[in-house]
Design a protein around this ligand. Structure first.
Ligand SMILES: [Zn+2]
Length: 386
């Protein structure tokens, strides 16, 4: 049985989806105003590996990714290019889809622009106000986090720690850590008419609405970078709990570590951004996948092209194994396949799984047989193109 580390319980748990054979996964998607980089690649490759493994284990997956197009960065880009936010979003969404495809990410089956959900967001914010969990203050709408049971649990903060945050500053807030749901005070290039006034639905609420409208009362896995834990995921969980009237609307919170470049977080101003399109063009998806999977998904990693190139040896061994595959699998090879599966069942321990795969390939090189079926099964799990 698959065990996954759940950021909510801080432990590895047996993973049992709400529905017997279907795993619903929501991944916090990109803000579509620029190309995607290696940090994004790691996120989508991790959930792709997880999805492929779930399929291998006889389950189906339904993977939803939101596309943030209501955002100041998108609006700025639209202004710079004398176009609309929609055109900016479409352009970078198309680039993002190309990136996913070139990386061999097949698992994402739904992409959703948050701007297609504005009326639903308005409706849900209204519901939160009616429940007494949200309030209006000087035109803005806020979530009253003091109304939310267990608020702070996922980011492991006590009430007094939460109280130190000064989020979404505006007059009339009840608690400094209250989360904005709808912003009617700031000036934006684009805004939406709502019963709260002209403004924009705020970030956290956008994702909540996309997930709630697609998955309804619950879903199995919420994914994204670990840096999204607070306030984004804390807010999302609180909103979802209130809307779904369920304490545990999400089974498992699975967070991916960060990717640094040159010892720092990637940023255009530092000039250390590694773009997916450049990397795939230069090295192909197989090498990138082996490199990303050689680190445990929960650990942070420093991008190193040299380390990535060092995976070429394993990749060549895998190709050789493919060429040597026959009709039967030797018992020792079967055992190694079991070890690979066991490693992946243990919180997707891909570094151990790849080490076992390397052993397996070396054994095949030395004459032990693997069947084409078994080889293709492994290739499919790791998403290695022929
Ligand atoms: Zn999100």
């Amino acid at each position: 049985m698959l065990k996954l580390y759940n950021s909510f319980s801080l432990s590895k748990e047996d993973f049992v989806p709400f529905e017997k054979n279907l795993v619903k996964i929501f991944i916090c998607g990109p803000t579509v105003y620029d190309y995607a980089h290696i940090g994004h690649a790691r996120i989508f490759l991790t959930y792709d590996l997880l999805s492929r493994f779930l399929v291998d284990q006889g389950l189906q997956t339904d993977v939803l990714v939101n596309l943030t197009d209501i955002n100041q960065n998108v609006f700025n880009k639209a202004r710079e290019n004398s176009t609309t936010y929609k055109d900016v979003a479409k352009f970078y969404t198309s680039a993002f889809e190309n990136d996913l495809q070139s990386l061999g990410v097949q698992s994402v089956n739904r992409l959703a622009y948050v701007s297609d959900y504005v009326s639903q967001i308005e409706h849900e914010v209204k519901k939160l106000v009616e429940k007494g969990a949200a309030y209006m203050a000087h035109g803005n709408v806020y979530l009253d986090v003091s109304q939310v049971k267990n608020y702070g649990k996922i980011s492991q903060q006590t009430a007094s720690q939460l109280n130190l945050h000064r989020l979404d500053i505006g007059p009339g807030k009840k608690n400094p850590e209250d989360i904005m749901l709808w912003n009617c005070t700031d000036d934006f290039d684009f805004s939406w008419k709502s019963e709260f006034g002209y403004g924009i639905p705020w970030w956290h609420m956008q994702d909540t609405a996309v997930a709630f409208e697609n998955f309804s009362k619950n879903y199995d896995i919420h994914g994204g970078a670990r840096e999204l834990l607070y306030p984004h995921h804390e807010a999302h969980l609180a909103q979802y709990q209130l809307l779904s009237e369920s304490e545990v609307p999400v089974k498992s919170w699975v967070h991916v570590g960060l990717v640094f470049s040159g010892g720092e977080k990637m940023s255009k101003s530092l000039g250390n951004v590694v773009w997916i399109k450049d990397l795939v063009g230069k090295h192909g998806s197989n090498l990138i996948r082996l490199y990303i999977f050689s680190k445990h998904y929960r650990d942070d990693m420093e991008f190193s092209e040299k380390d990535m190139l060092a995976k070429k040896q394993l990749l060549d061994l895998i190709y050789l194994t493919g060429m040597q595959a026959s009709d039967v699998t030797h018992q020792e090879i079967s055992n190694l396949i079991c070890y690979i599966i066991a490693a992946l069942q243990d919180d997707l321990d891909s570094p151990t799984a790849l080490a076992r795969l390397e052993e397996l390939c070396a054994e095949v090189k030395n004459g032990k047989s693997i069947s084409k079926t078994d080889f293709n099964r492994l290739r499919e799990i790791f998403g290695i193109k022929a």
